[in-house]
Design a protein around this ligand. Structure first.
Ligand SMILES: [Zn+2]
Length: 337
């Protein structure tokens, strides 16, 4: 029986279908488990309507964090997970939309809306330099961090961590120092160099894949895009989520993609999915194993490689890339969630 002081809620996206058949079922489990620890403080992402609704159903002390600045996170997702009001079922109206179901929303039918965050993130752009400012609306707690465009998708993680630090009474200088030593999780936009830059990114669900592909499409180099899909228990046995993922994002910059490689146990499903996305099957190679997939990226005519894969392929792929890596100083950059 764990009774934590603070629980931080970041977001709930549709993940492995066979593990959590529905977001609602998952929310109910969380709600039930919290009924036994009423002293726990909840720190909730105000931009996620599912979590805010969950918070409204619980009597706990709650704090909210959210992004105030209407920045563009590339919001043309087809995989919007939860855009209906959890209270009345009406479609939520978004004044601004970040990605997934995250944004500034209102229900025009029952009045459910995004709460005013206690911890507010402002993003300032000045001559290509981007700054993240987090402030508490009621206290003098305020932090500024320099970020770059590849940090966009980790703003929520940074904001959650900063808010949690502030709630625990940590001084802003201490939180700043912690952020400076921040290193992203394994496999999140990890950089290697094997005759060309190769970026490895773990993506576990439609939202994660969509965000990864947007980053790939921002790279103007001629690229090889390798996609690895397994269906082991830790990945989720059901791969129907491939059809909820917007692989059409790749088609938009297909001119700058030299070729595609698919690998993993479900490589044929993935090849079929790319075909239905409108990608020329002649550009798609099916690799029998990870070594072949990596070798195809290295020997191909492209200037850069991207490997997007799900969980059970990560560690073997990472090991092969590390073994062949020519740039020992290659550092990972912050993460995509
Ligand atoms: Zn409503």
């Amino acid at each position: 029986n764990m009774k934590p002081h603070i629980i931080v809620f970041t977001n709930i996206f549709r993940d492995q279908l066979d593990r959590y058949s529905e977001i609602d079922a998952l929310l109910n489990i969380i709600e039930t488990s919290l009924e036994k620890s009423y002293d726990t403080v909840l720190l909730i992402n105000a931009d996620d309507p599912s979590l805010v609704n969950l918070g409204e159903r619980l009597p706990h002390v709650k704090y909210f964090y959210g992004i105030e600045t209407a920045i563009d996170m590339g919001s043309q997702d087809l995989a919007v997970d939860s855009v209906f009001c959890k209270k009345c079922g009406h479609r939520l109206d978004y004044e601004h939309y970040y990605y997934g179901q995250l944004g500034h929303y209102t229900c025009n039918k029952c009045g459910f809306k995004r709460p005013i965050p206690d911890f507010q993130a402002l993003i300032e752009d000045n001559k290509g330099k981007r700054k993240l400012i987090v402030q508490n609306k009621d206290t003098d707690f305020k932090i500024q961090v320099d970020i770059d465009s590849s940090d966009t998708y980790s703003i929520y993680n940074m904001l959650a961590a900063i808010s949690c630090g502030a709630l625990m009474g940590t001084a802003s200088e201490t939180v700043s120092r912690g952020l400076e030593s921040y290193r992203p999780q394994l496999g999140r936009m990890e950089k290697f160099y094997i005759q060309k830059p190769i970026t490895l990114n773990l993506a576990k669900n439609p939202v994660g894949f969509n965000e990864s592909m947007k980053i790939v499409s921002q790279d103007v180099n001629i690229k090889t895009v390798a996609i690895g899909i397994n269906d082991l228990p830790q990945d989720g046995l059901d791969v129907s989520w491939l059809w909820d993922t917007n692989f059409e994002i790749l088609l938009e910059t297909d001119d700058a993609i030299e070729n595609y490689i698919v690998f993993g146990w479900r490589r044929y499903d993935m090849a079929l999915r790319l075909k239905y996305a409108g990608i020329d099957p002649d550009k798609v190679t099916i690799a029998e194993n990870i070594e072949d997939a990596v070798e195809s990226i290295v020997k191909g005519a492209s200037e850069a490689g991207y490997i997007l894969l799900n969980y059970s392929l990560l560690f073997d792929t990472q090991k092969i890339l590390k073994g062949r890596n020519e740039d020992a100083k290659a550092n990972p950059v912050p993460s995509v969630s």
